[in-house]
Design a protein around this ligand. Structure first.
Ligand SMILES: Nc1nc2c(ncn2[C@@H]2O[C@H](COP(=O)(O)OP(=O)(O)O)[C@@H](O)[C@H]2O)c(=O)[nH]1
Ligand SMILES: [Mg+2]
Length: 290
């Protein structure tokens, strides 16, 4: 090996070492290889909510309304509410000539899948790519006036916000208050205030609890799912996060305190009253150049 080759080799080795150090220090290895190589790393809208709220029905409504005839791709409908549905839709709904492709994800609401959901959200899609979340709520009195149901969805949101608000401007939420075709459906303003009060309870619980692992009372059954939450978001950081949202411990939580916008809009997938919800998508896509 002559001198020139030796110098070149040494320089190359140096460069490799510098690059490796850079990746390790910036956490670049995990980020580079998980997010950008994932097939789900695309601009995305998520449809979330409890079981039976109407997520999958809404997913297919959106698919039908967004894809022009002739370009429709078959989406395999899930029978149970266990598997997520993932497809691509063209937005805005109102004008097909300027359309762009977005990923649409319908994710089952059960707490059991929260950990898997976090992986999909944070490592595959990544928060930066989330352009909005549609949170579907069953507004029938039968469902909504059951305090257990409210506890479950409030807990879900309580944890989800602590993740979405990691982005500087948060993530925008559309609360799709569904099934308003039913004669006994709960009005939007009540849905909003009941959720605010329940989330506030969880926050107060979290702030007042020092030693317990989670501020949420647990039965044997949901201890496991709470554990799944806390392995993703530490108890300490959850408390700090919520304190930073409400400002002072004595303040009450309102959705306005979040960085992301939250819109509560009534509608019905069954009666095809989804126009205002579709306008919400269009506004995001057209105005903010997402
Ligand atoms: N009355 C009424 N029922 C609805 C509406 N949207 C969905 N449903 C019904 O609610 C049930 C659950 O819907 P689905 O889309 O599977 O909910 P998911 O579990 O959230 O995916 C189905 O029986 C739907 O027909 C609605 O706007 N009004
Ligand atoms: Mg479903």
């Amino acid at each position: 090996m002559d001198l020139v080759q030796q110098i070149l080799l040494t320089a190359l080795a140096g460069l490799v070492i510098v690059l490796v150090l850079f990746f390790v220090q910036s956490g670049g290895i995990s980020r580079t290889f998980t997010s950008s190589s994932s097939p789900y790393f695309k601009p995305t809208f998520l449809i979330l909510g409890a079981n039976n709220a109407g997520k999958t029905s809404l997913f297919y409504r959106f698919v039908d309304d967004s894809v022009p005839e002739g370009k429709k791709r078959p989406v395999t409908p899930t029978v149970s509410s266990i598997e997520p549905n993932i497809t691509e839709i063209e937005l805005p709904f109102s004008n097909n000539s300027i359309s762009r492709v977005y990923q649409l994800v319908d994710y089952p609401g059960h707490l059991k899948y929260f950990q898997l959901f976090y992986k999909l959200l944070l490592e595959d899609i990544t928060l930066q790519k989330v352009k909005g979340i549609v949170y579907v709520i069953d507004s029938s009195s039968q469902w909504f006036n059951n305090s257990e149901n409210i506890e479950v969805i409030s807990k879900y949101l309580f944890n989800l916000f602590s993740v979405t608000e990691r982005l500087q401007n948060g993530v925008d939420f559309l609360f799709a208050v569904n099934k308003n075709d039913l004669f006994d459906s709960v009005p939007v303003h009540k849905v909003k205030s009941v959720l605010e009060a329940e989330i506030n309870k969880l926050i107060q619980n979290e702030l007042n609890t020092v030693d317990k692992q989670s501020g949420i009372d647990k039965s044997e059954d949901d201890a496991e799912s709470d554990e799944q939450y806390s392995s993703t978001i530490g108890h300490e950081s959850l408390r700090e996060f919520w304190l930073s949202v409400i400002g002072r411990p004595e303040n009450k939580f309102t959705f306005d305190q979040l960085e992301g916008n939250t819109d509560f809009v009534a509608g019905s997938v069954l009666k095809n009253k989804v126009e205002t919800w579709e306008n919400w998508f269009d506004e995001k896509v057209v105005n903010s150049n997402l």
